[in-house]
Design a protein around this ligand. Structure first.
Ligand SMILES: [Zn+2]
Length: 151
């Protein structure tokens, strides 16, 4: 008796198994890996001069100066109270009389009118005809001058 042909049996041993989900959507299918734009290595650092510690101890101490705003002092024959910019004090000026033009003109006038025996030298002894220099009594700085005649 002829043997019946063997039944065809479908065996799925030769067929490849379908890929699993992890294999199908493997790492190659996850799209480009985005690197984070902000990481610890590129953390922004403030420049040194803008750090708050730069202002703590190295800031210069602002000294407050008292500025004397005074009207223009008229330097005359008498001592005046003024501010000396050199020693920064309010002082009363010390007078210093110097021979300017006025004693010489007075001497010449007296000489012309006949005062030739020493009387023409009297103007050099009069402080009212001399120029006045105002000096600081502390530092001897010249604070102002008063001239009898100025050209
Ligand atoms: Zn002074």
């Amino acid at each position: 008796m002829a043997s019946a042909p063997p039944l065809e049996t479908w065996e799925f041993v030769g067929l490849p198994q379908p890929p699993s989900y992890e294999e199908a959507v493997g790492p190659q299918c996850q799209g480009p890996v985005l690197t984070p734009a902000y990481n610890k290595d590129t953390q922004y650092h403030f420049p040194t001069e803008y750090q708050p510690t730069a202002y703590s101890t190295t800031s210069p101490i602002v000294s407050v100066q008292t500025i004397y705003v005074q009207p223009s002092v008229m330097f005359g024959n008498v001592p005046v109270q003024t501010h000396c910019p050199t020693c920064a004090q309010v002082v009363i000026t010390r007078l210093e009389h110097t021979c300017g033009i006025m004693p010489w003109l007075t001497c010449a006038g007296l000489f012309i009118f006949g005062c030739i025996y020493g009387c023409c030298l009297i103007p050099f002894c009069l402080n009212d005809l001399k120029d006045v220099t105002h000096r600081c009594p502390n530092c001897n700085n010249i604070l102002g001058k008063h001239k009898r005649l100025s050209f």
